[in-house]
Design a protein around this ligand. Structure first.
Ligand code: ADP
Length: 396
């Protein structure tokens, strides 16, 4: 009986103890949850602040910036890009460019993007907007790649080059006018010197002849430089006209080599033309410009190769193109110089010391000509061993 009463009295005490433990546990959990909530709130706040900072940075960029995802939807556009394209704030977000094709500037942007095949590749092109004054932008498209190397979209950067273009145009026009003005008196000097050297106006002694010959050569160099400057201005202003015709390139090369016979003999150079037994496919080119290209490469090969050197010109047909190479055993070009080789006025230190005749414009012109023919040009070279200049021309 006593045990029964004892058990009856102890039961509520046990229950109360259990309840107390449970309450303590609940209190602990509540505190933990409040703490986690506060931390979450804190990180959300931090994220909002960071996003704000990022938005401010993107919107203060002086370049226009757009990101398009793989479904062609715009996921980011900064204020500068909206200004350039005359758009209302955020109107493009989540939409595709094709939905706004009727808007004038979107049309130009869309056309360039769709023209550059597979626009998830690094590309640089020009976007010209008539507003009504012309505004020119350098447009660079780059793929957006995640850390796991997955391409998730395209980044477009629009950089205003209107002023730069205008200055370049003015510079180019100045060079054209100056060159034209200089050409006439230089041609006059050429004819006068030729007459004196031919003794049309009376006899001259050997010493006078040598002095006048030097003056004649310098004058010729100036005429050559003026002509190159005119070609460069025409190229830069898009006034370099290409008249296409079908030609058999090996015949043209043979002819050019024959024209260099005197220079080749004077330097005791062995010159070989390596052409396949069978005729190559014809190429559709501007004869005068390709002639200019080959003359420049062969002239350089002779100029920068010492006495008793060797030049090999080879032709090959592969992958629907003709590949031409001009190999010499000359001074070669350092790796550092190879990077600047096709830029305007570049001449290596060594070339400046050993070969005074040259303007550094030839390879710049050659590169522009080859690229206008949808071909490629490159060089392989080692100092003191020689160089190989390659270029390709697509077969028609
Ligand atoms: P130029 O020959 O009138 O200086 P180019 O534009 O034809 O101008 O060549 C630029 C420079 O490239 C040359 O001054 C020379 O330094 C280098 N170069 C060109 N061709 C060769 C070559 N075959 N071998 C070594 N250097 C070369």
């Amino acid at each position: 009986m006593f045990d029964f009463f004892k058990r009856k009295c102890e039961q509520p005490i046990e229950e109360a103890a259990k309840l107390k433990t449970a309450l303590l546990e609940l209190d602990k959990i509540t505190k933990m949850l409040v703490k986690r909530d506060l931390a979450l709130y804190d990180s959300k706040e931090k994220l909002t602040i960071e996003k704000g900072k990022m938005d401010a940075a993107i919107n203060s960029l002086t370049d226009g910036l757009i990101i398009i995802n793989l479904e062609q939807k715009i996921i980011l556009i900064n204020s500068k890009a909206e200004n350039i394209l005359n758009l209302k704030n955020g109107i493009l977000i989540g939409k595709t460019l094709s939905e706004f094709i009727d808007l004038p500037y979107i049309k130009e942007l869309y056309e360039i993007l769709t023209k550059t095949e597979g626009h998830c590749r690094d590309k640089k092109c020009e976007l010209v907007l008539k507003k009504p004054a012309e505004e020119i932008f350098e447009m660079q498209t780059t793929p957006v790649i995640t850390q796991s190397q997955e391409t998730i979209g395209t980044l477009i950067i629009l950089h205003d080059i209107t002023r730069e273009k205008l200055i370049n145009k003015m510079k180019s026009e100045f060079v054209t006018i100056a060159a034209h003005q200089l050409r006439t008196p230089l041609t006059g000097i050429k004819w006068t010197l030729e007459m004196i050297l031919n003794e049309d106006e009376g006899q001259i002694n050997q010493e006078q002849k040598e002095l006048l010959s030097k003056a004649y050569k310098s004058n010729e160099r100036m005429i050559k430089l003026i002509n190159s400057l005119l070609i460069v201005s025409n190229l830069e202003e898009g006034r370099f006209i290409y008249k296409l015709s079908e030609i058999q390139i090996e015949d043209l090369i043979q002819e050019i080599i024959e024209n260099f016979e005197v220079q080749i003999k004077n330097k005791n150079i062995e010159c070989i033309l390596n052409k396949p037994e069978k005729y190559l496919s014809k190429v559709k080119v501007d004869l005068e410009k390709i002639q200019m290209t080959l003359e420049n490469l062969i002239d350089n090969a002779i100029k920068y190769t010492p006495q008793k050197g060797k030049i090999i010109i080879s032709l090959k047909e592969e992958n629907k193109e003709i590949k031409i190479s001009v190999k010499d055993s000359g001074m070669g070009i350092s790796k550092q110089d190879q990077e600047k080789l096709f830029t305007k006025f570049f001449r290596s230190e060594k070339a400046l010391k050993t070969e005074t005749d040259g303007s550094g414009l030839g390879l710049f012109i050659v590169k522009n000509i080859i690229e206008a023919h949808k071909g490629k040009i490159w060089v392989e070279s080692e100092e003191k061993k020689g160089s190989i200049f390659y270029f390709t021309l697509p077969i028609i």
